[in-house]
Write a protein that binds this ligand. Structure first.
Ligand code: F3S
Length: 420
């Protein structure tokens, strides 16, 4: 690793032990990645809020100690300096408004998470607490190098915006926050951004439901390669791009995809494809396969829980749910939870949309999600979702049955307790 003089001084402790620990993380990570140098970044996004699950094994609930241990990989209690680049917290362990009533967390545990959040806030990290910071004003520009965690956000900003990031881990994202640096490797370089698989689309993609399923199939088919989509008839909208990328990053490790005329770096298939690219076809059979797989654990149509908002819902998705509810009440035996960034929840509150939705008995939740924080409405045995990513993860994480359905069918299931 060729470090500049300034970087060598940072690694030697001239800017304090925390920066030196962060440099150790980045140098070791960079060497594994085959990077020759560290490059400046314009933003970082990570997940560094801790609670009882982390403090118990450490035997300490000192936020500085927790940050040093879990974010910088060091036993020493370090005094971390303010972050060096614009930085945000992605998803966290609790909903700042509803941890007690919805997540059933005891007040002491909520207080510990709040201490950790305050510590991060003190470092200058924006507590956006969403997997979609790009929906609430925290987004890079085309060509910028950044260091972001969260696979659904990574694939979105790489593909749709044309920023450059690898899928960072907790430690490397925190180290990038404190140093403003990341290893120059992987998707920061030109060559790994070229498509090595051409996906010939040979079927109509049925709206957002179809883009979720398509993403799920593509992740299974290409794993960690970069696909270019060829033959898409109707360009996906913002929500469809968000859902597609998240699904592809959950069934596979897709961090970047190209779609001519839609994604940032691609005007034609020829512009982005490698000479020896594999060609795969996505047709009606592949679409059906994905829908079947996403319903693999489902043995019936009754549902106890409906989850919408993975990745966190856009404002338009909240409006869509309100329209589908149409003033009706959610079934007594079924919970409807919609997850959205806290900034959009506050907008929904200001504009009356939150009251409209919650008057049905549904809840609008933020800052976390059932898969990450591992919580469900009491007694859930089978849930329905319009997200391929959540349908993929939640049955495995929580041991429940999952049904993948359209948003309209999910809302209908919430109203009646049964999928149409
Ligand atoms: Fe976000 Fe949780 Fe889905 S972090 S992408 S809502 S699994």
């Amino acid at each position: 690793m060729n470090l500049t003089e300034t970087q060598r001084a940072m690694a030697s402790g001239d800017e304090g032990e925390a920066v030196a620990a962060a440099m150790t993380v980045l140098i070791e990570y960079g060497e594994i990645m085959g990077a020759e140098r560290l490059i400046p970044i314009s933003s970082a996004a990570g997940a560094n809020i801790y609670g009882p699950r982390h403090s118990r094994p450490l035997g300490s609930d000192d936020p500085a100690r927790l940050f040093a241990q879990y974010s910088l990989n060091t036993d020493a209690a370090l005094d971390a300096p303010p972050v060096r680049v614009p930085s945000c917290q992605l998803i966290g362990p609790i909903d700042r408004e509803n941890a007690g009533d919805v997540q059933n967390m005891p007040p002491e545990a909520i207080a510990k998470v709040a201490e950790s959040s305050d510590y991060l806030d003190g470092l200058g990290v924006s507590l956006l607490s969403t997997c979609t910071p790009y929906q609430v004003g925290f987004l890079p520009r085309f060509g910028e190098h950044v260091a972001w965690m969260e696979s659904s956000a990574v694939v979105f900003i790489n593909s749709v915006i044309g920023a450059r990031t690898n899928t960072e881990g907790r430690e490397s994202a925190a180290a990038s926050m404190l140093t403003g640096l990341t290893p120059e490797a992987g998707l920061h370089l030109d060559a790994p951004r070229r498509a090595t698989v051409r996906i010939v689309v040979d079927t109509e993609i049925p709206a957002t439901f179809g883009w979720n399923a398509f993403g799920y199939w593509i992740g299974s088919a290409v794993e960690d390669r970069v696909p270019v989509l060829d033959g898409v008839q109707a360009a996906p909208d913002f929500v469809q791009l968000k859902q597609f990328g998240a699904a592809a990053a959950s069934s596979g490790d897709v961090e970047l995809f190209h779609l001519p005329g839609v994604t940032a770096e691609c005007t034609s298939v020829e512009q982005v494809i490698t000479d020896d690219a594999e060609v795969l076809t996505f047709g009606a059979a592949e679409l059906a396969w994905a829908i079947d797989r996403l319903n693999a654990t489902r043995t019936g149509d009754d549902v106890d829980f409906v989850m919408i908002g993975c990745p966190h819902a856009s404002y338009e998705q909240l409006q869509q749910v309100a329209a589908l509810l149409d003033g009706r009440r959610v079934d007594d035996g079924t919970a409807l939870w919609i997850f959205t960034p806290d900034a959009l929840r506050r907008r929904a509150r200001d504009e009356g949309l939150l009251a409209l939705i919650e008057s049905s008995g549904a809840r609008i939740l933020s800052d976390t999600c059932p898969a990450i924080a591992q919580f469900l409405p009491r007694g859930t045995r089978r849930f329905a979702t319009d997200s391929a990513k959540q349908a993929h993860y939640l049955p495995a994480i929580m041991g429940i049955e999952g049904a993948f359905a359209t948003t309209a069918d999910c809302v209908q299931a919430a109203l009646t307790g049964r999928l149409p």
